[in-house]
Every structure is written in structure tokens, then in C-alpha cells.
Design a protein around this ligand. Structure first.
Ligand SMILES: C[S@@+](CC[C@H](N)C(=O)[O-])C[C@H]1O[C@@H](n2cnc3c(N)ncnc32)[C@H](O)[C@@H]1O
Length: 239
């Protein structure tokens, strides 16, 4: 890996993987080009692969949405950021009057398009996308995607701005054991894990309320459950 990054020192994928292995300081997010290349390459096999890993994050988010807003009524403006092939979108559709998806990977977006559950799909970086969506949505969802970002402060603030008053942010992250006091860490997988304390701090800093953070199992990896956090919070009705 070091050899690759020496041959092409600016290669974003090589630099990110080297950082994940401890050979460079951890950047505070994965480069867009790295994410795009990675998911374009796996798009075709993504759904069967995740089914084999007993991937549950979309169901967990849909269950939490049902707890928060009640049975589906087809009346909410919903955006799924980092929508991938649409595994979550298909479950969220019954709540939505409009369902929008955004993703960096064209390969993943093509699969989402074929699934047929989104009204609109955007090829966009999720933070940039949310920052341009002023009070547009009742629900902002991000499932198994924030693991490509380290510090989540900015995107939480962007999500708040994209929500209508009273609207909900729902997301899953991989859990970082917070005993060392770190808010997040780049792990050897090239993904980021987040501490519950970080989620609570940034939720409060963004002015979101009614925060819930619960432990969940997201999928299996090497036969073992990947520990995650299911996070929800609401934009205040008067703010
Ligand atoms: C592990 S997949 C999850 C897809 C989908 N949410 C699901 O649950 O099946 C992560 C997706 O997030 C997208 N992604 C990662 N970082 C992103 C970013 N900063 N902006 C937009 N999309 C991003 C990737 O391209 C990929 O499609």
C-alpha cells in the first residue's frame, strides 16, 4: 500500500487506504473519488452480497420511522442521502409523497433507478446536496453511509437546514467504543466508526431535539455482528 502511494502520491484511494492502516494521519472524511470508485465497482453485486451479510440497517430505520411518525400515509417529503441501490428507499416509499435519493456513485444510482421507488435521483455529495435544500423535507435518512465521513458536525447542521420544522433526521453509524474519548475513528476497513457522545454533541450543537441513540446490529462481518448506532433527532417545531 505504501508502495502504491509512493508511485502515485496524490491517488485518493491509495492515500485513504494507507491512512486506514495507520501510515498517514486520518483525514476527516473519505475522498469522494474513493467512494465513487469503490461503489461503482461493487454496485452489481451489492444487493445479493448484503443479503448474505444479513444486512438489517434499512429495516431498522424504517421501524424507527414508524415509531416516530406512525403508520405510512404517503404524505411526507423524504430524502435518502447515500441511497445506494435503494434498499432503504423501497421500505421508506409508503411514507413518502416524494422520495428523493442522492449518491456519489453512478453505478449505485442506476440500480436505484431500476428499483423504481424514487421520484428523483441526484448524483451528488450528500453534504453539498443537503446544504442546498432549505426546509425541503419532513424526513432526512442516511443508512450505512455516514461511515464514509469522520466528523459529522457539518452534515448534521446541513440536515437541520434541509428539514422542515418538526422534521426528522434518521441515520445509522458503526459504533466506536467511546472509552478513549475519541469522537470518531478511521478503522482499518477504510470506514469510520462514531461514538455515541459525538452524535449527542453534534445533535445538540445543530439545535436538534428529541434525540435517541440506540445500539443495533447492522450486519455480519466475518460471521460476527457489526455493532452500530441507530440515531434519530428532530428539528424543533419553532426553530
Ligand atoms: C454502504 S452503501 C449504503 C447504501 C444504502 N443506503 C443502503 O442502505 O443500502 C453507502 C452508499 O453511500 C454512498 N456515499 C458514501 N459517501 C457519500 C457521500 N459523501 N455523498 C453521497 N453518497 C455517498 C456510496 O456511494 C454508497 O452508495
Amino acid at each position: 500500500m505504501r508502495r502504491w502511494s509512493e508511485l502515485d502520491p496524490e491517488h485518493p484511494g491509495a492515500r485513504h487506504r494507507l491512512a486506514a492502516l495507520g501510515g498517514l494521519p486520518a483525514p476527516d472524511r473519505a475522498p469522494d473519488e474513493y467512494v465513487e470508485t469503490l461503489f461503482d465497482a461493487v454496485a452489481r453485486e451489492f444487493d445479493p452480497h448484503l443479503a448474505g451479510l444479513r444486512y438489517r440497517a434499512p429495516e431498522l430505520v424504517a421501524d424507527r420511522l414508524a415509531q416516530l411518525v406512525g403508520e405510512p400515509g404517503g404524505s411526507l417529503a423524504v430524502v435518502d442521502v447515500g441511497c445506494g441501490t435503494g434498499l432503504a428507499g423501497a421500505l421508506l416509499r409508503p411514507w413518502a409523497s416524494t422520495l428523493v435519493g442522492c449518491d456519489l456513485s453512478l453505478g449505485m444510482l442506476r440500480r436505484a433507478q431500476r428499483r423504481g421507488c424514487y421520484d428523483v435521483l441526484h448524483k451528488a455529495e450528500l453534504g453539498t446536496f443537503l446544504a442546498a435544500q432549505h426546509t425541503a423535507y419532513d424526513v432526512v435518512v442516511s443508512v450505512d453511509t455516514l461511515c464514509y465521513l469522520g466528523d459529522l458536525t457539518e452534515i448534521t447542521t446541513a440536515a437541520r437546514g434541509a428539514l422542515r420544522p418538526g422534521g426528522w433526521l434518521l441515520a445509522t453509524v458503526e459504533e466506536l467504543d467511546g472509552t478513549r474519548g475519541e469522537p470518531w475513528r478511521l478503522t482499518t476497513s477504510g470506514r469510520y466508526a462514531h461514538a455515541e457522545g459525538h452524535l449527542r454533541d453534534i445533535t445538540a450543537a445543530a439545535g436538534l431535539v428529541d434525540v435517541r441513540v440506540g445500539r443495533v446490529h447492522l450486519r455480519l462481518e466475518a460471521g460476527l455482528p457489526v455493532e452500530g448506532l441507530l440515531w434519530s433527532a428532530r428539528r424543533p417545531l419553532d426553530g
